[in-house]
Design a protein around this ligand. Structure first.
Ligand SMILES: [Zn+2]
Length: 416
């Protein structure tokens, strides 16, 4: 008896632990199934995917049709994986590197990247369609199509002519990131230690007003803090940060938004779309990726190449594969939590930067098939379906519709 009782206790404890483990596994697989169902049920928008530039780079290495390169080059986005992840409206980034501000040709590059997105929809009419409004996204979904709305990353192609704001609206551009890695004619950049304007330039102020009048969303990602506050003083419409995360988790990283900025953005009705790049969401990853990029900078100098050269991209990918910087899907959810705690549920969405951050994406968020993993994490954190729907698309649709509505009031004409 003396031996039997402890043994009995021991076995029942083992049994209880095993049952508990199975229950947890069951719960987890049911959470994952729930998340996958929600990803299909809800519209999912993403503020920033760099497919056009990936195709542009690949086209320099290949004689094949640019549009065939979506599947030829294994990036983070293609039709099959987007369908699997439930992605409906990824904003295609029309990315103009800052080097074009010196070399010229920014407008021509923008036009050619816009053409490449239009080409995709013409070559694959049973998979993709353009979309200029939230309503068009919904119409495309009813036909089983993935929408490819467009945002222009860098206002350099506007040049010194405000008429170009209307020109790019007519070409389908629905947001403009005012600048990229360096100060341009519109404003200063968070990545540029030279502050040319200490915020927005006088011309930049006119650009923001023109964007409000025309119906293009102002994107405050990449711009300096002073430029952000200047925009907020002038804009008549809510703004977006198409692919920025919270500076709270990566102190001193101006490319992300401070708590104060997130509050100001929310007061104006705007939305921050969280960048998934590990260097954006995690201070340790940021340190490692800074080391990787400074290593690359030396390598580029030694080899007389620029970051845009395909050899540089391949070298960097190989370097990052050997020196991984990966954060986690949980960390991305921490950023969403942080925004919600600061300003509530109405001001946060996804802005992955897929195809734009190289091999630095977190475990569990490697490509466009992985949105369900993030939704599962939100379910585990007790977000309601209604909350998740807002994060997936409703918050962005609200801003997009409002910007179009305000433009209609400002200009007195209707936009379809
Ligand atoms: Zn960017």
């Amino acid at each position: 008896m003396r031996i039997l009782l402890p043994l009995l206790f021991y076995f029942s404890l083992l049994f209880a632990l095993a049952a508990c483990h199975t229950e947890r596994q069951k719960n987890d697989s049911s959470v994952e199934a729930h998340a996958k169902a929600l990803a299909q049920q809800f519209i999912i928008t993403d503020g920033h995917i760099d497919l056009p530039y990936r195709m542009n780079m690949a086209s320099k290495r290949s004689s094949r049709e640019v549009v065939q390169l979506i599947s030829d080059t294994k990036g983070d986005f293609d039709y099959e994986r987007a369908k699997e992840g439930g992605l409906d409206a990824p904003f295609m980034s029309i990315y103009i590197p800052a080097s074009y501000q010196e070399s010229g040709g920014a407008k021509a590059l923008a036009d050619s990247l816009i053409n490449s997105v239009i080409n995709i929809t013409e070559q694959y009419p049973d998979q993709f369609a353009l979309a200029n409004t939230p309503r068009q996204v919904e119409e495309n979904i009813s036909k089983g199509l993935i929408s490819l709305p467009m945002g222009m990353e860098n206002g350099a192609p506007i040049g010194d002519s405000l008429e170009n704001v209307q020109y790019f609206f007519d070409r389908g551009i629905r947001y403009i990131t005012l600048t990229h890695g360096k100060a341009n004619q519109i404003c200063d950049s968070s990545y540029d230690s030279t502050r040319v304007w200490n915020g927005l330039s006088p011309f930049g102020e006119q650009v923001v007003t023109a964007m409000n009048q025309v119906g293009i969303m102002v994107d405050v990602s990449h711009i300096s803090d002073s430029a952000f506050y200047d925009v907020m003083k002038i804009t008549k419409a809510p703004v977006i940060a198409s692919h920025s995360s919270c500076r709270h988790f990566v102190p001193g990283f101006e490319r992300n938004m401070s708590d104060e900025m997130i509050k100001t953005l929310a007061e104006n009705g705007g939305v921050i779309q969280i960048n998934f790049g590990s260097g954006f969401i995690d201070a340790t990853s940021k340190k490692k990726s800074d080391q990787a990029y400074s290593h690359l900078e030396h390598w580029l100098q030694e080899n007389n190449l620029t970051e845009e050269d395909s050899a540089a991209q391949a070298y960097m990918d190989a370097y990052l594969a050997k020196n991984p910087v990966y954060s986690t899907v949980e960390k991305v959810a921490d950023h969403i939590d942080h925004v919600v705690q600061l300003v509530g549920i109405d001001h946060v969405c996804f802005g992955s930067d897929f195809d734009g951050v190289g091999d630095t994406l977190p475990e569990g968020l490697k490509d466009v098939s992985d949105y369900p993993n993030l939704i599962a994490e939100l379910l585990r954190r007790n977000y309601s379906e209604e909350d998740i729907e807002k994060i997936c698309y409703k918050n962005v649709f609200r801003v997009w519709n409002e910007v179009l509505e305000i433009a209609t009031q400002e200009s007195g004409s209707s936009i379809n």
